[in-house]
Design a binder for this molecule. Structure first.
Ligand code: HEC
Length: 251
């Protein structure tokens, strides 16, 4: 007579053994026996997943393919249909839809410091901590770089150029335009303090970004009120600065 301990111990061992054997399979791609597979493979149809053939929807897919040419809501501005190697087309045809307001320029400055400064430097002279090692980062205020317009800079941000990688996946169109605005500040004299020289908007700025429904988190009402005051102070301090060739309004 086996002791109950031995009896249960043996059956537990044989159960474990048989499970172990059954869960192995010579096919290296087979997961073997799965415990409660529904836990991993959902029975309800999940919109962005396709586990087994969907016999209810046409084409056997959970989510229908969008019609050709479909543009996601709010993404219209993402497509300018300019080939990535055609910066000159961008220069001629793209227009900056955002006002040269203090809030927009300052937002551009913040974005520039996040995405560009490490290479291009705080002054846009190419002497950022990465720029010094990376080599070939230009000085925005020298030679032909001094006159790059908004469309040019926008396109370079989106697609990159030569040694510079594209940044289109990191900054959306609104942010690209605001960064381009701020690059113009550095094109003047490599001096971030030149920012007020490019402020063009003297009217209350709430109308610009807020009313078009495109206000971003950074252009909140507080910023915009402060800006109105600053404009009235700095509006006339631009003699000889911000000429069309430099400030991007030329396009
Ligand atoms: C990893 C370093 C790096 C970062 C980050 C970077 N750049 Fe550049 N950028 C370069 C280099 C290098 C060049 C020179 C490209 C060349 O001609 O080979 C360049 C060139 C440019 C040019 C001139 C393009 C032309 O027409 O010759 C512009 C404008 C520019 N960058 C803007 C930006 C902006 C705006 C950002 C931030 C969104 C940015 N870059 C981020 C390295 C960088």
């Amino acid at each position: 007579m086996m002791s109950p301990f031995l009896k249960y111990g043996l059956s537990a061992a044989s159960l474990a053994l048989s499970l172990g054997v059954a869960s192995c399979s010579p096919d290296p791609n087979s997961p073997g026996v799965e415990y409660a597979p529904e836990m991993y493979e959902s029975i309800p149809y999940e919109p962005l997943r396709q586990i087994t053939f969907n016999s209810i929807n046409s084409f056997g897919i959970n989510q229908r393919t969008p019609a050709a040419g479909t543009v996601p809501r709010g993404k219209l501005a993402y497509f300018d249909h300019i080939p990535k190697d055609s910066v000159t087309i961008a220069e001629r045809t793209l227009r900056n839809p955002y006002a040269y307001s203090k809030a927009n320029l300052e937002e551009g400055q913040v974005l520039f410091s996040r995405y560009c400064l490490h290479c291009h430097g705080e002054k846009g002279d190419g002497q950022g901590p990465v720029g010094m090692k990376f080599k070939g980062v230009p000085n925005y205020s020298s030679g032909a770089y001094k006159t790059m317009n908004d469309g040019h800079i926008y396109h370079v941000i989106e697609w990159g150029r030569n040694r510079m990688m594209p940044h289109g996946s990191q900054v959306n169109p609104e942010e690209r335009w605001k960064i381009a605005m701020y690059v113009h500040v550095l094109q003047l004299n490599n001096d971030p303090a030149d920012l007020p020289k490019l402020v063009k908007v003297t009217a209350p700025v709430e109308a610009t970004s807020a009313s078009s429904g495109e206000a971003s988190a950074m252009t909140d009402g507080t910023n915009q009120k402060a800006e109105g005051k600053a404009n009235s102070r700095t509006g006339s301090e631009t003699p000889g600065q911000g000429t069309p060739g430099r400030n991007g309004k030329m396009n």
